[in-house]
Design a protein around this ligand. Structure first.
Ligand code: KDG
Ligand code: MG
Length: 402
């Protein structure tokens, strides 16, 4: 089998998505998610100008060799843009492989370790009352695990908390907006919030919280310690993970589990975090972490250190990534949890999916490959719209120095 065509489809049904479609001489095609929020056009350009010309003519079954060609064969390796492109290529090739062998992706990577995948949803509110209502609503929908974020008194806009019942979307149309951040207000507020949330949710619901890299290690250690009595499932991205040793301080002071790495893109970003057991969950998703080929290695290494998967799954990752993640999580032994925020209804006009939510988990059918299809005609109705993630400044106007 040979790759005879590859094209990038960029569309915006409610938000931008980038999809790579690779076609073979046997008429089989595969899809890969190449969406990188706010940087969609850069990934498209990298795929179109650099990757696709070298992809044509290759045998799509050679996923291992092709992965290394685009990772190690490239002089300027790593980085979010190139790794998203590598991920999309890899995902599309595994989709083809599954279709060619007439079997779902999970069968190619070890079969089923479980029948369904535990997911967590999002509860948000502008203040404590609204947040508590949102937590109750998510429990009502059947979720067993909930990430809780709230507006903070004294901070005008809290990242990722939608205003006026709008759908979740941290990217804003046009150039990046600037938001002001105040760590001391945040640190004083969050433990009190979670005391109330735990009271409303009871002990049987898993609670999660995302710090979005806003703390220094010592601040994060204080937060993790103060949140300990509320038994969080995890505290996510308490610090920017580049300074891997910084996590030692958090570990020294608290037993709150730590999830990190939705902005990481290779196994090397995790080296000390794994070997020193400084984290509990891997956030790096298939779409940014080198696809199935690389994430199998990341997950295998993590398992040696008692670390589980907890993949990023916000709505800015496409249904192709979500479906591939369900297959992956059904298969690997050290699955932890999967983030799940349902896409807006309009997204279904473009992407035809094969998964469903039931009683706190996601299930997927036996369609060969990943099982998601794209309606290219429908995609034309939704042209790319520029949108960017916000920039944060401290209250005194300076940029973060961490
Ligand atoms: O594009 C960035 C968002 O996907 C991210 O901020 C969401 O932090 C996030 C999460 O944990 O879902
Ligand atoms: Mg996050």
């Amino acid at each position: 089998m040979k790759i005879i065509d590859a094209k990038v489809i960029v569309c915006c049904p409610g938000r931008n998505f980038v999809t790579l479609k690779i076609t073979t001489d046997q008429g089989i095609y595969g899809l890969g998610d190449a969406t990188l929020n706010g940087m969609e056009k850069t990934v498209e350009a990298y795929l179109v100008n650099y990757c696709i010309p070298s992809l044509l003519g290759k045998d799509p079954m050679n996923t291992e060799d092709i992965w290394h060609y685009f990772y190690r064969g490239v002089y300027w390796r790593r980085g979010a843009v190139s790794m998203t492109a590598v991920s999309a290529i890899d995902m599309a090739l595994w989709d083809i492989k599954g279709k060619a062998l007439n079997t779902p992706l999970y069968n190619l990577i070890g079969g089923k370790s479980r029948e369904k995948v535990l997911v967590y949803s999002h509860a948000n509110g502008r203040d404590i009352d609204e947040t508590l209502q949102s937590v109750s609503a998510e429990i009502e929908k059947g979720f067993k695990a909930i990430r809780v974020q709230s507006g903070i008194p004294g901070i005008e806009n809290t990242y990722g908390v939608p205003l006026n019942n709008k759908p979740y979307e941290p990217a804003h149309k046009g150039l990046p907006v600037e938001e002001i951040w105040d760590t001391s207000k945040y640190l004083n507020f969050v433990p009190a919030l979670f005391e109330k949330v735990r009271h409303v949710a009871g002990e049987n619901i898993h609670l999660l919280h995302d710090v979005h890299h806003r703390c220094t290690p010592v601040e994060a250690a204080r937060l993790a310690k103060e949140l300990e009595p509320m038994h969080l499932f995890w505290l996510e991205d308490p610090v920017a993970g580049e300074l891997q040793e910084g996590l030692r301080l958090i570990r020294k002071h608290s037993t709150t589990p730590i999830a990190i790495g939705e902005v990481f893109n290779t196994i090397y970003d995790y080296s000390s975090l794994f070997t020193e057991q400084l984290i509990d969950y891997v956030r790096m998703p298939l779409v940014h972490g080198g696809g199935i080929t690389h994430m199998l290695k990341v997950t295998a290494m993590a398992s040696v250190y008692h670390i589980c998967t907890g993949f990023h799954g916000a709505t800015d990752l496409s249904p192709v990534n979500l479906a591939a993640s369900i297959h992956f999580n059904m298969s690997v032994n050290n699955f932890g949890i999967q983030e799940y925020m349902p896409h807006q209804e309009i997204v279904n006009e473009v992407f035809k999916t094969n998964y469903r939510f039931e009683d706190g988990s996601l299930l997927i059918d036996d369609t060969p490959g990943i099982g998601v299809d794209i309606d290219e005609i429908a995609a034309l109705k939704f042209p790319y719209t520029m949108a960017r993630l916000p920039v944060n400044r401290k209250r005194d106007g300076t940029m973060f120095n961490w």
